[in-house]
Design a protein around this ligand. Structure first.
Ligand code: NAD
Ligand code: DAU
Length: 365
């Protein structure tokens, strides 16, 4: 069923940054389907991680407009906020991969810190022009800002002190602090969400789950870092989109909300689950059983041992809970990579192969 714009009479006018990436494109589809009366402007620089194919089916919609551009470009952001009469920014754009932040942190500081600052400052200047009575700057962030948990520690809550350990998480932590400061200093209605590991359709091949799916299909080694005992708290991407929808509708400006799937899984167990599902669903795998491909490799420097989210606040205050179990979500995801070879094959470009070689060395030998 299609819902009316939650703001009542006038439709919302969104600027979605990073809408051509993994979560941003899932969210943009979700919103266009459910709120067709709202205006959606996507601003995306189309870095290696941004893919116009992710939004191809929205191109002809009247209320959808894609702009290729950088969030650090203040003049462009000013122009878009003004001409499109934006009242709501959903800020996904970021350099998002921890391993790349270890190899080359520069772009992370530029986009995640300077880019977020540029958007916040442009929104502050634009704010007095907004006629809508519920403007919002939603800053989409990560649980990695809280650092690493020991096995006996309770999950992260919104009051857990920040302790980022990688250049990626440090840059996201800095951008969270900026968003927070704009609420406290300038009364700009910012909300920060801190989410755990997402998975699902349109996930770029460098991340653990798509990497394993693709390597199984290609019969290539499955690189597991260290002892494989690191824990992540997995959330199906459409559950994240529904959580963001809830926050946009009912979240309180100035607040932070943790979002997580209550699905703590050790990496090695996750990879084994993926191998089992692939063996079952894929008719002609080059190597079967695919578990034979699992290869333990050198650990990620500073590798956080465990993440886990306590999502009590968003559940009790806003009424969101995840709907998709890890078993069901992984099956849907494996099936998507099986059905969409034409989407992921072109992403294994020369640039990607160079990155892969730099990170993993000669794994195939
Ligand atoms: P992604 O890497 O798949 O997509 C990032 C998008 O941002 C790409 O389309 C890219 O082209 C765009 N982009 C990068 N730099 C830009 C710039 N300077 N200007 C404009 N566009 C730019 O990332 P994702 O996994 O979809 O993550 C989206 C957001 O959610 C990020 O802020 C990330 O920190 C956060 N997050 C991700 C996860 C996860 O598990 N993937 C979990 C929690 C939070
Ligand atoms: O927790 C939220 C974060 O989740 C987001 O903020 C990040 O943007 C997102 O990339 C993700 O970060 P991780 O570093 O947890 O995700 P990644 O898929 O890179 O790795 C998941 C786990 O798998 C991690 O413990 C490292 C391990 N791993 C990863 C790769 C790529 C391997 O063992 N082998 C691999 O080849």
């Amino acid at each position: 069923m299609v819902s009316e714009s939650f703001s009542g009479a006038s439709p919302r006018r969104f600027l979605i940054t990073g809408g051509a990436g993994f979560i941003g494109s899932n969210f943009t589809h979700h919103w266009c389907q459910n709120y067709p009366g709202d205006r959606i402007v996507v601003l995306d620089a189309l870095t290696y991680a941004g893919n116009p194919q992710n939004l191809a089916d929205l191109k002809t919609r009247e209320n959808f407009h894609f702009v290729k551009g950088n969030i650090c470009d203040r003049a462009l952001v000013d122009e878009l906020l003004k001409t499109e009469k934006i009242d709501t920014i959903i800020h996904f754009a970021a350099e998002s991969h921890v391993d790349r932040s270890i190899l080359a942190p520069d772009a992370f500081i530029q986009t995640n810190l300077v880019g977020t600052f540029t958007l916040l400052e442009a929104f502050r200047r634009h704010f007095p022009r907004i006629a809508n009575n519920s403007p919002l700057f939603l800053h989409v962030s990560t649980d990695e800002v809280y650092g690493s948990l020991n096995p006996e520690d309770p999950p992260f809550t919104e009051t857990t002190p920040y302790a980022p350990n990688s250049p990626y998480s440090a840059s996201k932590a800095g951008s969270d602090h900026l968003a927070r400061s704009y609420f406290h200093t300038y009364k700009i209605p910012t909300i920060i969400t801190n989410c755990s590991n997402n998975y699902g359709a349109y996930h770029f091949p460098e991340k653990l789950i798509p990497l394993m799916c693709i390597n199984i299909l290609l019969g290539k080694p499955l690189p597991v870092y260290g002892d494989g005992q690191n824990v992540r708290d997995w959330l199906y991407v459409l559950d994240h989109c529904r959580a963001l929808e809830t926050v946009i509708q009912r979240g309180k400006p100035g607040e932070m909300y943790n979002i997580g799937g209550n699905n703590e899984v050790k990496n090695i167990d996750l990879v084994q689950m993926l191998c089992g599902i692939m063996d079952e669903l894929a008719p002609d795998l080059p190597v079967r059983p695919s578990q034979q491909l699992i290869t333990f490799v050198k650990d990620r420097p500073g590798h956080d041992r465990r993440y886990a989210i306590d999502a009590t606040k968003i559940k009790t205050e806003l009424g969101w809970t995840p709907a998709v179990t890890i078993e069901a979500g992984l099956r849907k995801t494996v099936q998507w990579y099986l059905n969409n070879r034409h989407w992921w094959q072109p992403l294994l470009s020369e640039e990607y192969q160079n990155y892969y070689q730099q990170l993993y060395g000669n794994l195939d030998k």
